[in-house]
Ligand binder design. Sequence first.
Ligand code: ATP
Ligand code: MG
Length: 668
Amino acid sequence: MTGTTGVNSSAVADEKFLPPDAIVERAYVQGLPTYKELYELSLSDPDSFWSEQANILSWQKKWSSPICKYNLDVDEGPVHISWFDGAETNLAWNAVDRNVEAGLGNRVAFYWEGNDEGVERTVTYSELKSMVCRIANYLKSVGVKRGDDVTMYMALVPELPAAMLACARIGAVHSVVFGGFSAEALADRILDSTPNVVITASGAMRGPKPIPLKAIVDDALQICEGKGHTVQHVLVLEQLPFSDVNGSMKPGRDVTWREAVDSQPDECPVEWMPAEAPLFKLYTSGSTGKPKGVLHTTGGYMVGAMVTTKFVFDIHPASDVYWCTADCGWITGHTYVAYGPLLLGATQVLFEGVPTWPDAGRCWSIVDKYKVTIFYTAPTAIRALHAKGDAFVTRHSRSSLRLLGSVGEPINPEAWRWYYEVVGCGRCPIMDTWWQTETGAHMITPLPGATPLKPGCATLPFFGVEPAVLDEKGNELQGPCEGMLVIKRPWPSMMRTVAGDHKRFEQTYFSAYKGYYFTGDGCRRDADGYYWITGRVDDVLNVSGHRIGTAEVESALVSHPSCVEAAVVAVEHAIKGQSIYAFVTLMTGAEPSDALRKELISTVRKVIGPFAAPDVIHWAPGLPKTRSGKIMRRVLRKIASKEEDQLGDISTLADPSVVQQLVDLRGK
Ligand code: ATP
Ligand code: MG
C-alpha cells in the first residue's frame, strides 16, 4: 500500500483474494467492471437506478420525481432527506404477504434454533403471515394506531421479528431494546419513546444464564412510573423455563400471549403508509457515549434493506439458507434478519443462543444441521471462537457454506485470515460490511462476485453511496489518503432524524463539515480506491505528531500468535503528547510474561514502526464491550489514566465486572 499519511501501512500486506469462479458464475454482479458500471449509474442517474430496484417491490402508489429531495447543509436551512415522495407502501406486506401471494407460502422463513440443543421450530411464510396478523390485531385491540410507538424487549424468538412486522403492518413505530439491557437502560429507552404497549416474554436462557425478561420489564415500568410515564399494556410471551408468570401478572395491564394473541383472527388488512412514515426507532450501541435514538422511515429503508441483502449476500432464495447471528435488538438484526432476507423471500436461521454455548462448536453444528450457505457475524465472535482453537471448527463439515460476512468493528487481518482459511476453508469470500445504525444498510462492502478482497478491508462503496475523505480542516482529499470518512449525498436507508431531537441530529452528523454526513469514523483510501476503516475519529492516537488509527495498532498486536484481541488507547505523555497504552487478551493456553510483553511491543515496531510501539501492555482477560460486542475504548481510557471513578454512561456495558478486573491487573 502506498501514499498514506502518518502511518507506514506495511501493517497490512497488499494481498488480494479474487472471487472464486463458482461464486462469480451465479452472482448478480459479475466482475469488477460490472460493479463499476452500475456504481457510476447509481450516482449519475439515481432516479433510474433506484426506480429499477424499488420496482422489484410492491407499491400502492408510486413516487414522484426527483426520487430524492434533500438538504444536508445546515447553513442552507434545516437538514432534511426524503426518498420516494408521494409513494405509499407497506413493509410487512412486501416482506410477508407478497411472498405468500407469489406461491411461497410453504417456504421456510425461519429455522429457529433455541438456546439449548434440540429445541427448534420451523416457521413458513404462511405461518409467519398468520403470526404477524394476529399480533397486529392484538395491537389494534388495545388501541395502537398509525404512528404510535411500541417497545419490544425479548429474546430472539420468531415472535420478535413477527412483532416488528406487525407494527409495520399497521403503521406503528417499533423500538426494539436488546433483551440483555438492565431495567434502568430499558426504562431510559421507554421514556424516550413513551409507548403505551410493551411486548416481552416471561424469560429466556442466554447460554447458561437465565434472563428474567418479564421481571426486568416490571422494574423498568416502575422506574418509568416514577418519572411520569405509565405503560398501559404489557404482552407476555410464555417461554420456557419461565412459563409460569401467574404470580407476576398485573391485572388490567399484563396479558399472556396465549390469551391475547392466539385467539386473534389471522387476517389483518395492511395500512398503506407514505414512504416517509416513521418505521422504527433504534438506539445506537453506545460505544462512544449516550445512545442516540435513530429514526428510520418506510420506503427508503425498505429499498435499501432489500437491495443490499440481495447484492452483498448474493442471496438466491430458492437454494440459499442464510444465517445472520445478530439479535433483533441491533440494527443488523433489523435490516439483515427482520427485513432484508424476508423482502427477498429467503430462508434463514434464527438462533436464540450464543456462539460458545454449550461449546465453541455450536455455530458450525448449526451450519451443518440446516445446511447454511451464507453466514454473517461480528469480529468479536470470530475472535472469541479463534481463541478456543481450530478443533471446535474442524470437527464439523461446513461444506454447505459459500459466503461469510463480518460487521460491527474493523476485523483484524489475522482474524480475517482465520475466518477465511479455517472457517471457510479458503473457498468462501468474506463480506466485510461497514455501516452504522444511522446508515440503515451496508455502505462500504465487497460484492461476492465482483470485488477482490483484502484482509481487514471493507473495500468499495455500495451503489448510490458517495464517500469522501476529509482532512481536519474539512478539505476533501484526493487519491490515496487518510482522514475522516464522510458521505456526500443521501442514500435511501439513511436515518431521517434523532427521535424527538432534530437539533441533535444536525449537531451530531452535519455540523462538523457543512454539506456532508459525518460518520465519526476514520479511514484510509488506498491506491486501488479501497476504504480501510481505521477506527473512531474520537479514538485516534496522536503520538509525536503521528496520527494513528486504533485498528492499525490493534491489528499489529493481534498478528502475534499469542494475542487474540487487543484494544489501544492514548494516555497523556509529557514528551510525545500521547503514548499508546494497549490492553491485550491472550489465546486460550498462552500465559502473560515479560518476554511476551517485549515480543508484542516488537511486533508493533516491526509491523507499523517504532513510533507506534505501545508504552504499556496491560493484560486483559476480558475487555469492556457494549452488549453488541464492541470494544468501549472510552472506558479503557479511564482505566489507563486511573480515572475509573469517572466512567460516564456505562449502561450499555455488557459486563461491568470487567472494569474492576482490569483495575486490579493494572501494573501487573
Ligand atoms: P455509538 O454511535 O452510540 O457510539 P456505535 O457507533 O457502536 O454506538 P453502531 O451504529 O452499532 O453504534 O455501530 C456503527 C459503528 O461500528 C461504525 O461507525 C464503525 O465504527 C463500526 N463498524 C461497523 N461495521 C464495521 C466494519 N465492517 N469495519 C469497521 N468498523 C465497523
Ligand atoms: Mg456510532
